[in-house]
Ligand binder design. Structure first.
Ligand code: MG
Length: 461
């Protein structure tokens, strides 16, 4: 009788056991998903990304226990297009949302026919909720409840679109509502309390839904100017008020984590922390820091679109990994689909890639994974015009023919276009061709004729 040698079988078993821990099979209970999305927070604003004075112990711990991405991009240097891309996995232009931010007087928004992460996960049986700043259209018919969310508490647009923060040249009398579901529950809420109230909403939602899969989208309105912290945080940070605001957001991360641990679901919850665009530099100490990166909000320099991104899922995302892979906000939807076993119901093209193998730090990349390494990322201006392309270590900015090797020149100081003429032409050709395809297949936003909410009578004050 043939007796297989014992040692190879043991080795094989160990290898297989090793595989089952590195390449996790999906649990029967799909993982909860929490996306925490700061507003205008820069690449250099967190302690774990090198800030010397801002204390972010909870985020630092998440990074130490999970993955810190150093080349994570959002799809636009301003709010609304960046949010549209995060939730749909599409370049803003593909879904008609590339033309700068949505102002209170606007009557359009992201088309509800687009499939958002919330749609995807709700279809999979998740409870879904958004706590924070929406900014993808705010007339009735365009709010989170029209886009796959079961619940919404937050503000419909930026916190400076308020009657207390009119700027010289503002033509319209803006007013900021706090909305629950589809209804205004308060006009001009106390902004000192926004971070706290939204965090409490998210924790209460987790408490209510801990025994079923859930998706929490927590897009903080802070640290977008005007910045506010609650009195527990005001005056505490060595960095001043901006530091107070970041430290309160860090507290919020700690509260979410504590809720997950209280219910024993931390190891079945994927948490991602990032921001919609870079720091608003003209506001000086009230704007954030892009650290070593050039530029900030509104620009296509790295400071406008490269963001901190921390991914935490104990037992699945390995601890303490710093990943230099290029990952973008476009990739979150297809990656969430893969990690949660969700059926993709869309028949329209999207732009994101499934980055599961990167986030789980799987050592054996498939052919499909390796193909990702040849892919590229397009930059668009805050007004939606094609601005540049990143492929491998190279970044080409089209307007002035600037080529940077951003892996050795993170601050974009040395334009090496002249010495690399053939590469410049190759990248330009790829960018123009891809943009033409997106333009040709671009889908419409939804314009509605529903009236806005009844504005408060004293809105012009
Ligand atoms: Mg923003």
């Amino acid at each position: 009788m043939f007796r297989p040698p014992l040692i190879p079988i043991l080795i094989l078993s160990v290898v297989l056991a090793g595989c089952s821990t590195t390449r996790q099979t999906l649990p029967s209970f799909p993982p909860n998903v929490v996306i925490i999305f700061a507003d205008d927070l820069g690449y250099g604003d967190l302690s774990c990304y090198g800030n010397p004075t801002t204390r972010t112990p909870h985020l630092d711990q998440m990074a130490a226990e999970g993955m810190k991405l150093t080349q994570f991009y959002v799809a636009s240097p301003v709010c609304s297009p960046s949010r549209a891309a995060l939730l749909t996995g599409c370049y803003p232009k593909r879904v008609g949302m590339e033309k700068h931010v949505i102002f209170p007087q606007y009557d359009y928004g992201l088309h509800p026919d687009e499939i958002t992460i919330a749609d995807l996960l709700r279809e999979r049986g998740y409870a879904t909720a958004c706590f924070g700043k929406w900014h993808l259209g705010h007339r009735p018919g365009l709010l989170p409840l029209d886009q796959g969310f079961d619940e919404f508490l937050g503000v419909p647009y930026s916190n400076d679109m308020s009657r207390f923060h009119r700027k010289p040249g503002d033509k319209y009398p803006h007013a900021l509502p706090l909305i629950r579901g589809n209804d205004v529950v308060q006009w001009e809420p106390d902004q000192h309390l926004l971070t706290k109230v939204l965090t409490e909403g998210a924790v209460e939602f987790i408490d209510r839904n801990h025994d079923r899969p859930f998706f929490v989208y927590l897009p903080h309105p802070m640290p977008h100017i005007p910045i506010y912290a609650s009195k527990e945080f005001e005056g505490q940070s060595p960095r001043g008020l901006y530091g107070d605001v970041i430290e309160e957001i860090d507290w919020s991360v700690g509260e979410i984590r504590a809720a997950l641990e209280r219910h024993g679901i931390a190891n079945n919850t994927l948490v991602i922390f990032t921001s919609d665009n870079g720091p608003w530099l003209p506001f000086k100490e009230h704007g954030g820091s892009a650290g070593p990166l050039r530029g900030g909000k509104g620009s296509n320099w790295e400071g406008g679109q490269r963001e901190p991104c921390i991914v935490w899922w104990p037992g699945h995302v390995p601890a303490g990994v710093v990943s230099t892979e290029i990952v973008t906000a476009l990739d979150l939807l297809p990656t969430m689909a893969a990690l949660t076993g969700s059926e993709w119901a869309g028949d329209q093209p999207i732009d994101g890639r499934n980055m599961r193998s990167v986030l789980l730090d799987e050592p054996n990349r498939t052919d499909e994974d390796r193909a990702l390494e040849d892919s590229h990322f397009l930059f668009y201006t805050s007004r939606g015009e094609l601005a540049g392309i990143r492929r491998g270590p190279w970044k080409l900015l089209l307007a002035n023919d600037e080529l940077y090797h951003v892996e050795s020149d993170i601050s974009e100081q040395w334009n090496v276009a002249q010495a690399n003429g053939a590469l410049v032409e190759e990248l330009r050709e790829i960018a123009l061709r891809h943009d033409a395809e997106i333009t040709r297949l671009a889908r419409p936003v939804l314009q509605v004729d529903t009236p806005p909410w009844e504005w408060p009578a004293d809105r012009s004050k």
